[in-house]
Ligand binder design. Sequence first.
Ligand code: 2AM
Ligand code: CA
Length: 267
Amino acid sequence: MTNWTNIAQAAKEWVLEAGQRIRESLDEELLVETKSDANDLVTNIDRETEKYFIEKIKDYNPDYKIMGEEGFGDQLDSLDGVIWILDPIDGTMNFVHQKRNFAISLAVYENGEGRLGIIYDVMADDFYHVLPGNGAFLNDVRLKRLNNVPIEKAIIGLNATWITPNKRIDYQILSPLVKAVRGTRSYGAAAIELAYVAAGRLDGYITMRLNPWDYAAGKLLVEEVGGKTSNLKGEPLSLLNPSSLLVGAPTVYEKIRENYLKEYTGI
Ligand code: 2AM
Ligand code: CA
């Protein structure tokens, strides 16, 4: 039997060391490049951090497969075996421009079943982890089950992009929700927004296009504390393909699904 607690302990050490290296890199000049578009940023530190994890993981067990954002891992077309899903820096724009509000996101799935999730908010030094079935934690304090929050008292993570004309969702669909809730926030790093939902700092989070490495760990954290996760149509999140994301405390999630997404027809 695989001992996931031992693996979690090893992974924690790697994540904390990678976080320390990233903090040290903030004093040096960054090499910033663009990827799919002018605002899709990647730096030498994203790449170095991914390579660092791949070396550690393959050293630990060469049979483990790795899906990493920067492409140094394996090309995967199935969820068979033990798969590590890694975003070395989630929130690269924040990393480059703000030097805060970025995270390392690391998850392990075995034949599609979540075994371990870690999100490390590097500058806040907030270390979230979950061993599904054995609790979710923020810095070793167990996270509580999510409260039943009425929508009018909910704070939702939502980027202004989705309520102005954009190519993924009719911008008018979500504006009634913005009016209905107590407040909206946007942190610019999906892993942090998911960790905030798990920690009760946000009551929900909606976004239109993420990749599995953005949410693979956060999904496990949120579900462990009784929250719900799916795409905007209510289907389970894919771990192989990009997806929209609707996450929240159960009451908030259900209310949004029932009352605000009826006209949504995308994926
Ligand atoms: P990243 O910084 O690792 O690229 C910002 O809105 C959030 O969305 C971040 O978590 C960011 O992750 C992610 N993101 C940005 N552009 C994206 C894209 N084109 N597809 C999927 N996720 C994206
Ligand atoms: Ca990234």
